[in-house]
Design a protein around this ligand. Structure first.
Ligand code: 13P
Ligand code: SF4
Length: 311
């Protein structure tokens, strides 16, 4: 048996499910039982009947699974796969920020550690941030963390004035407006797809702004045959698979000598590490029980609001 067959066999033997984010390598997405954006992965974790969840993604995604499914074993093939955005918001500093602004509802992006979620009222992802913010009365005072770009975008489309934490993703911040416009001049019929973690000027030139799943859906349903894609380049795998006749051009980062439009953390998930972690049932993700009790509420609240809104 080759390594991929052995992985699938271990899943059957151990009643394990492999979930993968769109930013992982194509071969990891291909072997997964379920591939999705952050919201879909959390929704799937909440409903799975598997005994073991292998989260092929970054550490906070494994934590979210464990918080939602405390009785299950949750594995992440490389626990060093963290997230610059989650790390830009240490829980102790965020807690001080929250305390310094009493009377505010705290909304946190899912790209946060469990400890930061524990001081949050409701979690959002890029798929539901707008709708969840709008589910609060317009005069609600809101703290939004940690992504200042997503927060700024939501402020701009909802007319809110949320207080923003000064965090960002090192991949999405590096897309170059100038290079995207050069590409657009070479491909005038191409539509520009942008993730809201990108900086404001890049978001402004988008034909479609959305989560990875929303950008994928748009690329499938839209009549255009060429797309410039300003998000982590792993999503091109599923786009190209869904639409083999369309052309997907990864938006370039500011420095063309580096692969900065790739998330180095997501790319730490390899087939060998996936095999080893299933075989050894390690490394396992665990969350401190006191933290988990606090963090589960805002995650469940997000899932409840999303279900009510049909998201
Ligand atoms: P989505 O999965 O919500 O599109 O977010 C992208 C991301 O950066 C995940 O880390
Ligand atoms: Fe975090 Fe950015 Fe990587 Fe997403 S792309 S996991 S936000 S570092």
């Amino acid at each position: 048996m080759d390594i991929k067959e052995e992985i699938r066999q271990m899943c059957r033997d151990k009643n394990a499910i492999i979930m993968a984010h769109y930013y992982t390598d194509g071969e990891i997405q291909n072997i997964a039982d379920f591939v999705g954006d952050s919201l879909a992965l959390a929704q799937k974790a909440a409903e799975t009947e598997a005994d073991i969840i292998v989260m092929c993604g970054v550490h906070f995604m494994g934590e979210t699974c464990k918080i939602l499914c405390p009785g299950k074993k949750v594995l992440v093939p490389d626990p060093e796969a963290t997230c610059s955005l989650a790390e830009s918001c240490p829980a102790d500093k965020f807690s001080e920020f929250v305390k310094a602004h009493p009377g505010h509802t705290v909304i946190s992006y899912v790209n946060t550690t469990a400890a930061t979620k524990a001081v949050t009222d409701v979690v959002v992802t890029s798929s539901n941030a707008r709708q969840i913010v709008e589910s609060f009365p317009h005069d609600t005072q809101i703290i939004f963390g940690p992504d200042k770009n997503l927060g700024g975008y939501i402020n701009s489309i909802t007319g809110r004035n949320m207080l923003l934490w000064d965090g960002a993703c090192h991949v999405h911040e590096r897309f170059s407006l100038e290079k995207i416009l050069q590409l657009k001049a070479q491909h005038p019929n191409a539509k520009i797809l942008v993730h809201p973690e990108c900086k404001g000027p890049v978001v402004k030139v988008a034909d479609k702004v959305g989560s990875t799943a929303a950008l994928l859906k748009f690329s499938i349903s839209d009549d255009a045959t060429e797309f410039i894609v300003a998000t982590e380049s792993g999503i091109l795998h599923e786009m190209q698979k869904s639409c083999p006749d369309k052309t997907f051009i990864p938006a370039p980062p500011d420095d063309s000598t580096c692969a900065c439009n790739e998330c180095n953390y997501m790319k730490m998930i390899t087939m060998q590490k996936l095999y080893d972690c299933l075989k050894n049932e390690s490394p396992e993700i665990n969350v401190d029980s006191e933290v988990a009790v606090k963090a589960v509420r805002p995650i469940r609240k997000m899932l409840e609001i999303s279900a009510k809104l049909g998201l």
